[in-house]
Design a protein around this ligand. Structure first.
Ligand SMILES: Nc1nc2c(ncn2[C@@H]2O[C@H](COP(=O)(O)OP(=O)(O)OP(=O)(O)O)[C@@H](O)[C@H]2O)c(=O)[nH]1
Ligand SMILES: [Zn+2]
Length: 340
């Protein structure tokens, strides 16, 4: 990418409606605006986007958005099911789950799928390990290993500072990361500790206060000691589950997809069909019933996402009557039985 001499590369650090902030390569955070052309073309950068900008008197004029290497999305619950882009260019997403009541393999599967779907790499973080025994922790870890093929697992406790070093290999210069997970699992606690680590080395993101001085801000993007950038917005934290693709689900449930190739019917739903290899695997104990259930739940949700509530009702009715040839078949059956 060749830049003109009045242009620079920036990374968007904040987006609130049409207000932007962007960080330059010296880690100064500046107000930013879009050119009329970008607005007209409907091109809106999001947090994490790399952009080309021209430095004006007191803001950066964003003229172009560079290609994204990952896009974390969720679908809004609004009437139009409009897809929302939560962040761009994340490299690692830490899926945070505490090992108390929050521990839930089905939820973990959903997050994993969401992250694969974004193009970023998932890393599972188990928090609050002080609350359980080592044996219990090992048990959880092996459950995850069965479920989440080859995804790294980090176990942490706020009482054990040394556990923070497990993040080192991911938090390297130039890498963008984020934490996702349910409320209360300990994301803030962890983020604060990672930010306070190596304070003297931490090159904080600074905001130009307009008088040539730099002040630390409440930026949504934090520069960690290692040079990694941590993006932390409420939207990313609570990124939901709606809007994941078929291919990402299949990656998460590769074992089930593999088994399904041996089912008698190509369109087997692994519910009550004869010759179902997936059901057989559950019966023989090779596959857990919970895992199949979370796969099916995700399949159903994907099927329904993008449909209106009326369409969802229709789809559910169709599913319910599928075994008797759909709603039409059901009506015919009723008619016939009445005739008899
Ligand atoms: N026992 C134990 N408690 C922890 C640990 N880490 C965090 N907590 C507690 O869990 C509670 C929630 O922690 P937060 O860091 O605020 O959780 P969060 O995920 O940021 O929650 P949101 O801000 O709602 O997204 C706090 O009371 C923490 O003190 C841990 O390692 N062990
Ligand atoms: Zn089947």
């Amino acid at each position: 990418m060749r830049l003109k001499n009045n242009e620079n590369k920036y990374q968007v650090s904040l987006q609130a409606q049409d207000n932007y902030k962007a960080i330059d390569n010296q880690n100064n955070e500046l107000m930013a605006k879009l050119t009329g052309q970008l607005i007209n073309e409907g091109k809106r950068p999001v947090v994490g986007d790399e952009v080309i900008g021209e430095l004006q008197n007191d803001f950066v004029l964003i003229t172009d958005i560079l290609p994204r290497h990952s896009v974390l999305r969720r679908q809004s619950n609004g009437s139009k099911d409009r897809e929302q882009v939560m962040a761009a260019n994340l490299d690692y997403v830490f899926i945070t789950m505490s090992v108390n009541q929050d521990f839930n393999l089905a939820r973990l599967d959903r997050y994993t799928t969401l992250v694969w779907d974004s193009g970023a790499n998932p890393v599972i973080v188990l928090t609050k390990t002080d609350l359980i025994s080592n044996t219990q922790l090992e048990n959880y870890q092996s459950q995850i290993e069965v479920n989440a093929y080859g995804i790294p697992i980090i176990a942490t406790s706020m009482n054990e500072i040394s556990s923070l070093t497990k993040f080192d290999e991911y938090l390297v210069r130039g890498v963008n990361v984020a934490f996702v997970g349910s409320s209360g699992v300990g994301k803030s606690t962890l983020i604060n500790k990672l930010m306070n680590q190596n304070v003297e080395k931490t090159n904080k993101i600074r905001e130009d206060d307009g008088k040539g001085r730099h002040t630390t801000t409440s930026s949504k993007m934090h520069l960690l000691g290692s040079g990694a950038r941590l993006i932390d917005t409420p939207g990313i934290r609570t990124v939901g589950i709606v809007g994941v693709s078929q291919s990402a689900t299949e990656q998460t449930f590769a074992d089930i997809v593999e088994l399904a190739t041996q089912c008698k019917f190509n369109d087997c739903q692994h519910e009550a069909e004869p010759g179902c290899a997936v059901k057989a695997a559950v019966e023989s104990g090779r596959l857990s019933a919970e895992r199949l259930a979370s796969y099916q739940k995700l399949q159903h949700e994907m099927q329904y996402s993008g449909l209106s509530s009326r369409q969802i009702e229709q789809a559910k009715t169709d599913r319910m009557f599928k075994s008797v040839g759909g709603m039409k078949g059901f009506k015919n059956q009723v008619k016939n039985s009445v005739k008899k």
